[in-house]
Design a protein around this ligand. Structure first.
Ligand code: TTP
Length: 403
């Protein structure tokens, strides 16, 4: 089935990690988030991919080119991010007069449920949550939990705990319905298109066993954790004979594991990355191409993006380090509050609970810490920011925030 994948958004809630790259291109478990979703779409039966791009679109095009997994890949450009219906509308002229699937390029869907979605007629992926008020809640036909009649955005009194996953199978004639009115929150919403389809014909709710919307920085860690659960050991790089590797570990060709290194998987060490000597890497960690973890450094449950360096005597836990970040010797990250409460993080100017008892720091591209910097749990260091030697950073240092 032809599949439209939405990847035009700016990812403002993911700042500062999206200062220079679009959210769907952020790396998790060996490849960009979007690539995991495209892989699954192809596996589920996508025979044509149309990726809607906008913010930093060249990064998407340069990475994927014109094919993915043996399937033709085309691009539609959404000039302004005016909403998800507008994004699909940007792809309309590339669609043939057949049913089409729409997926969010920044969400992860479990493969078996996605396969089921692809084998259904007009359908929307549903997911059961404990806090439906934070999402688009599906309205269901009376006495029939499998038939959708509409979607209500963030209702105070949700009528079900089944939410919209942003995965849809639309009938061919839904193309006529893509021009919707601006919603109360000022966007052109695909849920309004879905409602119009529900008024014409029966739409099935396809339950998803697992789903993750990756909107905020700690959700990137959650995505990495999920994807590394199924890692199988593959050791193609250079590994010193006295390195100690346990659990699932990937060492890509061109990666180097030096003497005295201990790795407890799942850990993915990508091409050009170097680890050690005498470093300790714990799951679930992804070390992107050309990243470097040096002598006596411990890294746990973290993502180090391309070219990030933690050279000497440091601890990094439950953190995301952007491209080319450099941690000075002895930089330590706190990842747990003394009161054991969930760590908070700044998202679009507000401090919000991440729901995670363990969370370290989020560091934008090219930031640098001076030696012996201490970074408190939930601190954001913006792109290009620095700390002084010996500094204790217990609040955000972040000048690139735009509301
Ligand atoms: P969102 O996550 O709601 O938007 P976003 O990616 O811009 O992030 P933020 O809210 O943090 O700024 O978007 C859901 C999906 O739809 C996501 O895959 C991006 C895509 N999208 C578009 O392609 N075009 C749009 O105009 C919008 C609003 C979203």
């Amino acid at each position: 089935m032809q599949t439209v994948v939405l990847a035009a958004g700016e990812g403002t809630r993911m700042r500062p990690l999206t200062a220079a790259q679009p959210k769907p291109m952020l790396p998790v478990a060996g490849k960009p988030l979007l690539e995991h979703t495209l892989d699954r779409a192809v596996e589920a039966g996508a025979n044509r991919l149309i990726v809607v791009v906008g913010y930093e679109s060249d990064r998407v095009r340069d990475h994927f080119g014109s094919q993915h997994g043996g399937v033709d890949l085309e691009y539609a450009v959404q000039e302004q991010q005016r909403g998800t219906a507008d994004a699909v509308n940007a792809a309309a002229e590339l669609l043939t007069n057949d049913p089409f699937v729409v997926l969010n390029g920044d969400a992860l869907y479990d493969q078996a449920s996605l396969n089921t979605l692809y084998s259904n007629g007009p359908a929307v992926g549903s997911y059961r949550v404990d806090n439906p008020s934070a999402y688009g809640v599906l309205q269901l036909a009376e006495g029939d939990d499998s038939r959708v009649t509409g979607v209500v955005e963030k209702p105070a009194n949700p009528e079900s705990n089944l939410i919209n996953t942003g995965a849809y199978v639309f009938p061919a004639d839904a193309e006529e319905l893509l021009s919707v009115e601006t919603s109360e929150r000022g966007e052109l919403e695909l849920t309004d298109v879905l409602e119009a389809v529900c008024n014409r014909e029966s739409v099935t709710a396809v339950p998803f066993d697992r789903w993750l919307d990756v909107g905020r920085p700690w959700e990137l860690l959650a995505a990495n954790e999920w994807l590394l659960e199924s890692l199988s050991t593959r050791l193609d790089g250079e590994i010193h004979e006295n390195a100690d590797l346990n659990g699932p570990v990937v060492v890509e060709e061109g990666a180097t594991i030096r003497s005295g290194v201990s790795i407890d998987g799942p850990v993915y060490v990508d091409s050009g990355a170097t680890v050690g000597p005498n470093a300790y890497i714990r799951g679930s960690t992804y070390l992107a191409p050309d990243s470097k973890v040096g002598h006596s450094v411990e890294v746990k449950n973290s993502i180090l993006m391309a070219g990030a360096t933690v050279g000497h005597l440091s601890y990094v836990g439950d953190s995301v380090l952007g491209q080319r970040v450099n941690f000075g010797a002895g930089t330590k990250v706190a990842n747990l509050r003394h009161d054991g409460q969930p760590v908070k993080l700044t998202v679009k100017g507000d401090r919000v609970s991440t729901g995670r008892r363990k969370l370290g720091v989020i560091v934008g591209d090219d930031a640098k810490t001076g030696i012996n910097t201490s970074l408190n749990a939930g601190v954001v260091l913006g792109a290009g920011m620095t700390t002084e030697p010996g500094e204790v950073l217990d609040r955000d240092r972040w000048e690139d925030f735009k509301s």
